[in-house]
Design a protein around this ligand. Structure first.
Ligand code: 1HA
Length: 270
């Protein structure tokens, strides 16, 4: 595959090929742990994917065959968060979670090794997870002095159920790809050398589906869990679709033509 580099970054790779955006955490020496700068770069790449007409689905993965992501970089963990270049403590990966969740295109985690701690949460917030058979899953916060009681807990419980979610967090055990699949938090497990082929096949199938239909399904599934924010995003897309109808155009035209709108011409569906 002829992946095209979209932009050079220090901590990530951002590439695209035939409608697929691929974002790779590129810090293999620390098992793809993220520091605040990594997250800033990931957010920029995801925002670019959101805007780009020619990208319909996004893959998130890690460099190498050891790790998808091992969470926050423990070397820069300080008081109040992970310390950025300016000395400011940050938990900015939470902003990335929100971006992935509200991305109006499917996001697939391609888990190629350890998905641990904040790295595990990243695969949890993606829409789908395809994993290699060497992948290992687990939370580590209560072992290393952290926790994610946000999407990392509540959304995880929607995948695996309350008992399992509590087990995963309270015991901080590690689980094989097969165990993760059996629990319902991984969609498919394949040998490592087939991981990208399989993930791309899933992406290509989704690229053949109606983008608006996929978008509305994601919004609906989120809305059930996300309260007013979820309804807002679903409602925003309803407005988008309304603006595509003549009925909405009539209101705008009438205003600009300084006449009363004629909404009677439009059907009242049963
Ligand atoms: O909880 C949060 C948050 C909560 C709310 C809001 C924001 C949050 C943001 C982040 C997080 C967190 O991510 S907390 C959890 C942080 N991560 C961890 O606790 C995982 C730490 N790593 C490990 O447990 C293990 O490295 C491993 C199970 C993934 C792999 O073990 P293994 O195969 O024995 O390899 P190991 O030798 O430990 O690691 C390989 C290299 O990668 C080591 O470097 P080396 O000694 O070769 O120089 C190791 O230090 C480095 N490394 C691995 N993980 C991290 C790391 N370096 C820095 N930070 C890491 N997270």
């Amino acid at each position: 595959r002829n992946w095209k580099t979209e932009k050079e970054y220090s901590d990530i790779k951002f590439e695209s090929w035939e409608g697929i955006g691929k974002i790779t955490i590129n810090r293999p020496s620390v098992y793809n742990a993220f520091r605040p700068e990594t997250v800033v770069q990931l957010i920029e790449a995801f925002d670019t994917c959101r805007e780009r007409q020619d990208i319909g689905v996004i893959i998130l993965t890690g460099e190498g065959d050891k790790a998808f992501c091992s969470g926050g970089d423990q070397n820069v963990k300080g008081h109040g968060g992970y310390i950025d270049e300016a000395g400011v403590p940050r938990l900015n990966v939470l902003d990335l979670h929100k971006r992935i969740r509200s991305m109006p295109k499917p996001v697939v985690a391609m888990v190629n090794g350890y998905a641990i701690g904040g790295g595990h949460v990243l695969h949890v917030v993606c829409d789908l997870t395809v994993a290699s058979d060497n992948a290992i899953f687990g939370q580590s916060g209560p072992k290393v002095g952290s926790f994610d009681a946000g999407f990392g807990s509540s959304y995880l419980a929607r995948h695996v159920g309350q008992k399992k979610a509590r087990e995963i967090w309270f015991l901080c055990k590690q689980y094989s790809a097969k165990e993760a699949e059996d629990m319902g938090m991984v969609n498919k497990v394949v040998p490592l050398d087939k991981l990208e082929d399989e993930t791309i096949e899933w992406c290509q199938i989704m690229l053949q589906r109606s983008p608006m239909a996929l978008r509305m399904i994601k919004r609906g599934l989120n809305a059930e869990l996300d309260g007013q924010t979820g309804i807002m995003e679903l409602a925003g897309d309803a407005t988008l679709m309304f603006y595509l109808m003549e009925e909405a155009q009539e209101g705008r035209k009438a205003f600009l033509e300084k006449r009363d709108p004629d909404f009677k011409q439009f059907p009242k569906f049963p």
